[in-house]
Design a protein around this ligand. Structure first.
Ligand code: MN
Length: 240
């Protein structure tokens, strides 16, 4: 039995192959897991739990079926789906985790994060992040109609895409100082995150302690998962 970690599926109706792979994963390998952790950006966009899209309803009930089968499912917000609220988590049967979240797994101290908070070189993004995580800002958004929110999100996405085209590659990755500080602050052996879409296992030292940073990949071309059992963590590609 293993604990499974995934992130950055970026589910959206216009990329049906991602949803199909996710549904097969939920009905297949995930059923044998000790637990499933979804570390953010499950959805490409989330404009509020009141979004009536049948696609979202289908994904939500598939997650619910896994939870009802006895596999605990945990969810952490990403930078695309941070508006997921209590209605969604209750209906999907998932437990919402704050970012970061610390746990012990087979004797190892592990810190889970989406990863965007570690990208501190992107100062402008970090300012947007603070604004959009503010409950008052979120209440202001939720007071708008779903159509208004969709229009707002489209505009925000265009701005972000234009910005990323002119941005240095390094800037969109995590900052190593932020990584080491976070590991030290939470005194963990492993930091596990997604967001950067750069799947890898990085091994280095913090002080004299050997530590690892495991990065989950996105699901655009194939799936990506960390499977963690008594033998330790394994980062895997899930062929489509
Ligand atoms: Mn992200």
């Amino acid at each position: 039995m293993a604990t499974l970690f995934i992130s950055d599926l970026h589910l959206e109706a216009k990329r049906p192959e991602i949803g199909e792979q996710f549904l097969a994963f939920l009905a297949g390998p995930a059923r044998d897991a000790d637990a499933l952790y979804i570390l953010g950006d499950l959805f490409e966009a989330w404009l509020g739990d009141d979004d009536p899209s049948p696609y979202y309803a289908q994904m939500k009930s598939a997650i619910r079926e896994l939870a009802d089968s006895g596999v605990p499912v945990f969810f952490m917000h990403g930078n695309r789906d941070f508006m997921i609220g209590n209605a969604f988590t209750a209906e999907a049967g998932v437990t919402l985790l704050s970012d970061p979240h610390r746990l012990e797994l087979h004797g190892r101290k592990v810190l889970l994060s989406h990863g965007d908070a570690l990208c501190t070189d992107d100062v402008e993004y970090q300012q947007v992040r603070v604004m959009t995580r503010n409950p008052e800002w979120q209440a202001m958004m939720m007071a708008k109609s779903i159509e208004e929110r969709i229009a707002f999100a489209l505009q925000a996405r265009e701005k972000s895409t234009a910005r990323h085209e002119t941005m240095d590659e390094e800037i969109a990755d995590v900052n190593q100082d932020a990584v080491e500080l976070t590991i030290q602050e939470h005194s963990v052996d492993v930091l596990l995150h997604g967001h950067t879409h750069r799947p890898a296992v990085h091994s280095f030292h913090v002080g004299d302690r050997p530590v690892h940073r495991i990065v989950l990949g996105d699901w655009y071309e194939q799936g990506s998962m960390v499977e963690w059992d008594e033998n330790g963590p394994r980062l895997q590609e899930l062929p489509r």
